[in-house]
Ligand binder design. Structure first.
Ligand code: SF4
Length: 303
């Protein structure tokens, strides 16, 4: 193990900290993390953590979500540069306008939004539960943001009118995975099962045998009888899949790299632990409103 990795682990133990890492993080960050997962899994995990210091290796909105769920704990993100461009597409002021434009229409926000916008949502979802939540809402018309591809997937699954806000919000990493790129991999590996993330375009999704969040894809790969998979999402997930399932083969989309996720590295993670920077702060009123909306969403799923 590298010297920096050793120092991170030593310091983490000394300070009683916990490191959470998203599935798209660099392999070396995944190696030092206590828990790896998608947004939903990490949110659930963060709530159960008994330690008072959380270092979140992911992008801004994810660290915010961990802070919302853990108001009494110190939540750090190793660099302020790890920003999700999609989350920035639906700021609070814009959401206020959509609410005025569509009075009475329920607003469902993908977890990939900032806390101050989430505070105006009726429900908050992940890619793993978005269709399930929307199907249970007592309305055939839904405002959904900020990912128009996920909104389209939810509309396909539920048969409801899902209005994307903004109309063409997207994750650049998934949006730019071209169907031809996937098609070429299918031709090169005809025995492989194709799994795709719902943030991909409809044309790309149509080439997949299975569509799901990163945690759902991981679970599906474990349960499937297939030995080879084409993984149509950010490349980082393949590292975890290959590590957990060494007897299976995972083929990534080589160009699907989220540069923002990759801004967290061993050096800034070590510095974050040493200096306890950068602390995530959320106003108590905003945090409380987001927590209430998360509780409301969970209750809907329990019905
Ligand atoms: S993969 Fe896409 S949605 Fe996820 S953090 Fe990167 S830009 Fe944002």
């Amino acid at each position: 193990m590298s010297d920096v990795k050793d120092r991170i682990i030593e310091l983490k133990e000394k300070k009683g900290a916990v490191i959470l890492a998203h599935n798209y993080q660099l392999p070396e960050i995944q190696d030092v993390a206590d828990f790896i997962g998608d947004s939903l899994e990490l949110s659930v995990k963060s709530e159960k953590i008994e330690k008072d210091l959380i270092v979140f290796c992911g992008v801004d909105f994810m660290a915010e979500q961990a802070k919302v769920l853990n108001p009494g704990k110190k939540v750090l993100i190793p660099t302020k540069a790890a920003l999700c461009p999609m989350a920035a597409l639906l700021p609070r002021w814009l959401l206020e306008r959509y609410r005025e434009q569509y009075p009475g229409v329920p607003v469902v926000l993908y977890v990939n939004t900032h806390a101050d916008a989430k505070a105006l949502a009726d429900y908050i979802v992940t890619s793993a539960n978005a269709a399930d939540v929307v199907s249970r809402i007592d309305s055939d018309r839904i405002l959904f943001g900020p990912d128009a591809n996920l909104a389209d997937y939810v509309a396909e699954k539920t048969g409801k009118e899902v209005i994307p806000i903004p109309p063409s919000g997207h994750c650049a990493v998934h949006q730019t995975i071209a169907p031809i790129e996937v098609q070429e991999l299918i031709e090169a590996h005809p025995d492989a099962e194709v799994m795709a993330h719902p943030e991909c375009t409809r044309e790309t999704r149509k080439l997949a045998h299975y569509v799901g969040s990163t945690s759902q894809m991981l679970r599906h790969a474990k349960e499937s009888g297939s030995k080879k998979f084409i993984v149509v999402t950010e490349k980082g997930l393949v590292y975890r899949m290959q590590k957990e399932m060494p007897d299976k083969t995972f083929i990534p989309i080589e160009t699907a790299i989220c540069t923002n996720m990759k801004k967290i590295n061993l050096d800034n993670l070590l510095r974050s632990l040493q200096e306890e920077i950068y602390e995530v702060e959320i106003g108590p009123d905003i945090a409380e409103r987001v927590r209430q909306t998360l509780i409301k969403t969970r209750k809907l799923l329990e019905k």
